[in-house]
Ligand binder design. Structure first.
Ligand code: ZN
Length: 303
């Protein structure tokens, strides 16, 4: 079996909220098996917000969660870093509504996780293995999951901009490939949109330090980290949003021109389509075996 994992010790950092511009303290704390990933607002007492689709709220420019009137926003880059490094259980404390934007990528969160170290727990990890295709589209935006032996993501984007008319990439997502190929890719925005965001009181913490900004003909930042950094960042966002399913997914995610709204709507649809997946545990030879116990609890129609 693959065992569940948590952090070896607590770790903290300080950053700013992209939209509020406020300083935020973030702490990641070890948690027991089957705790999952939960947020806690230390400025609002003890209420916890589990990182699952049941608590989705306010999907606009980033992915937000809420529970008992306690909200957390811009969760996707941190979630992507946690699930890609196989951290199943962690308590995330924030003293503000927004996860700090850091440099606009998931790389600083990977650094934090590595600094904290990883602890293996005795309970088995359950995977959500796709056995039938699930698909969804909204206009020309499409997203689907197909059966596969591994977690893979294929993403394509197209914009009316000379630098990113069309980009497409496929990665098999492992801890190593995520850290090397996906985590460093930064979020991006268009200069023409920045003024509109500011007028609406958003992106007050945004700068060339935490986003790629595209002008009419080029990038305002000094350099890109990858030639196709934009589509890599979309893969990062999709991995983080898909984490809201609550289990690591075994399947091939294929998305075209999607965004947080479609990613998260799709994550909710996956859980509804219980005929299209099984909960399984990995066995010693690397293949997967049905997890009869968990199937009974979460998907009775499969029995
Ligand atoms: Zn993003």
């Amino acid at each position: 079996m693959d065992a569940q994992r948590t952090l070896r010790r607590q770790i903290s950092c300080v950053g700013i909220g992209l939209h509020s511009g406020n300083k935020v303290n973030l702490s990641l704390k070890p948690a027991p098996a089957d705790f999952g990933i939960r947020f806690q607002r230390t400025d609002l007492g003890g209420h916890q917000v589990p990182a699952t689709v049941n608590h989705l709220a306010g999907i606009q420019l980033a992915t937000g969660l809420a529970h008992n009137e306690v909200s957390v926003e811009t969760v996707e880059h941190l979630l992507a870093a946690l699930v890609s490094t196989n951290i199943d259980n962690v308590l995330i404390e924030l003293n503000s509504p927004e996860v700090p934007i850091m440099d606009g990528s998931a790389a600083p969160f990977i650094y934090l996780i590595h600094e904290a170290g990883v602890k293996t727990l005795s309970s088995p990890r359950k995977y959500l293995k796709i056995v039938r295709p699930i698909a969804m589209s909204r206009g020309d935006k499409r997203i689907a999951l197909y059966p596969s032996d591994h977690f893979k993501v294929t993403y394509s984007i197209s914009y009316d901009h000379p630098l990113l008319r069309h980009q497409s990439r496929t990665f098999r997502i492992t801890e190593e490939s995520f850290i090397e190929e996906v985590a460093p890719a930064r979020t991006f925005t268009f200069l023409k949109d920045v003024e509109m965001l500011r007028q609406n009181g958003l992106a007050l913490g945004g700068s060339l330090e935490n986003a790629i900004v595209l002008g009419e003909t080029g990038v305002l930042n000094n350099a890109l980290r990858f030639e196709d950094e934009f589509v890599r960042h979309k893969i990062l966002d999709a991995v983080g949003d898909l984490a809201l399913v609550g289990y690591p997914v075994i399947g091939h995610l294929v998305a075209h021109r999607a965004g947080h709204a479609l990613h998260t709507e799709f994550a909710a649809k996956i859980l509804e389509e219980t005929h299209a997946w099984r909960l399984v545990e990995a066995v010693a030879d690397g293949s997967v075996a049905p997890s009869s116990l968990s199937v009974k609890h979460t998907a009775p129609r499969l029995a």
